[in-house]
Design a protein around this ligand. Structure first.
Ligand code: NAD
Length: 335
């Protein structure tokens, strides 16, 4: 393989995230580019063909997707479909001999994650989860503060991510989303606690509350708070909701505190500290860094820094949080 090879990426599903973030990022990436698309909406094709110079034979639909196996210009398929389709399309991607990036949450259950990981091992191809914040300099700076104990030992963590989806969105339907805000955005809180501390929770407790809109939240939680007990006794307090807008992580340490607020957006992130310092880091695109980072791991034949096993770990934590919410018990997690 030539050292300057750019990997061809096919986006599977041309909804909001593909259209407004990933396609644009793939115009700026160094190690990969937008080579193809998979869509069930023929009316979208002319726009994508023209805007991204995609050749006719690199355009697929959900029925002929598997024919991608005989297309050598596509190396990586990126699954950007509603959550209930992640496992099936990831497995089809591996069966077609491609590397796969799958959006978060990785799947609807740990069992689906296991099947996806098994398919990746069988195909001997790379499986990554679309965890863009591992490539974000602000979140990485929070990791450095914790790791280098800039403010001493961490004593407690408080984090929340809440958004307000509109009626009719698949996010509000458990069959599509697998759950409520915990699956969609709460996952960023549990991710952040794990990457900032470098640890996985040993147990969780959780609480849910009566919904303000019984129709909108008929089969998913509207708001959930949960606590993650980390090895060594640190407790992280987490909250997610579909009825407000916020996103932050605050870390209290022995000698001060540091926070990222907003923490999980695409841009405009800001670090504040107990000394009254606040700083912004230079402009960048998280998705460009993420796509290039994953493409480089493929090129170097290394496991990605956001592997399927991490997505599986997070599904384990999510399942434990839901169990804790339903049983009102402390649930220990065995990975
Ligand atoms: P979206 O609804 O805008 O797009 C989904 C696409 O899937 C649409 O084009 C739709 O036509 C297509 N689709 C194909 N089969 C479908 C079916 N059976 N039912 C419904 N839609 C179907 O959603 P989105 O916001 O782009 O989210 C897609 C995925 O990306 C989700 O898993 C979401 O969690 C993830 N996401 C990640 C980020 C991030 O920052 N990493 C941001 C947004 C979304």
């Amino acid at each position: 393989m030539s050292s300057d090879k750019k990997f061809g990426v096919a986006l599977v599903g041309l909804g909001y995230y593909s259209t407004h973030q990933l396609a644009h990022a793939l115009l700026q990436t160094e190690h990969c580019y937008l080579a193809g698309v998979v869509t069930g909406s023929p009316k979208k094709i002319p726009v994508w063909k023209e805007k991204y110079s995609i050749p006719e034979n690199n355009i697929y639909n959900y029925n002929n997707f598997d024919e991608i196996i005989s297309n050598p210009t596509i190396d990586i398929v990126y699954i950007v479909l509603p959550n209930h389709l992640h496992a099936a399309y990831t497995i089809r991607g591996f069966e077609a001999g491609k590397h796969v990036i799958c959006e978060k949450p990785m799947a609807l259950s740990v069992a689906e994650c296991d099947a996806m990981i098994a398919a990746s091992e069988k195909a001997d191809k790379n499986l990554s989860v679309g965890y863009r914040l591992h490539f974000d300099p602000y979140n990485r700076e929070m990791i450095r503060f914790a790791k280098e104990k800039v403010y001493g030992q961490i004593k407690s963590i408080d984090t929340a991510f809440c958004i307000t989806p509109q009626k009719g969105e698949w996010r509000l339907d458990k069959n599509f989303a697998g759950g409520g805000p915990l699956m969609d955005v709460g996952i960023y809180c549990l991710q952040a606690v794990c990457y900032v501390t470098g640890q996985n929770p040993v147990a969780v407790t959780a609480q849910s509350f009566p919904a303000s809109d019984k129709e909108k939240f008929k089969d998913i939680e509207e708001t959930i708070t949960w606590q993650m007990e980390m090895p060594g006794g640190l407790v992280a307090s987490c909250r997610t909701s579909y009825s407000e807008q916020t996103g932050y992580i605050k870390i209290i340490a022995e000698n001060g505190w540091f926070e990222l607020n907003p923490a999980f957006n695409y841009d405009g992130l800001k670090i504040n500290t107990s000394e009254g310092r606040s700083f912004n880091i230079r402009a960048f695109s998280q998705q460009v860094k993420q796509l290039d980072g994953i493409a480089l791991s493929v090129k170097n034949n290394q496991q990605s820094s956001v592997p399927g096993t991490m997505g599986r770990r997070d599904m384990k934590i999510i399942a434990a949080v839901y169990e804790a919410m339903q049983t009102v018990k402390r649930i220990e997690i065995k990975y």
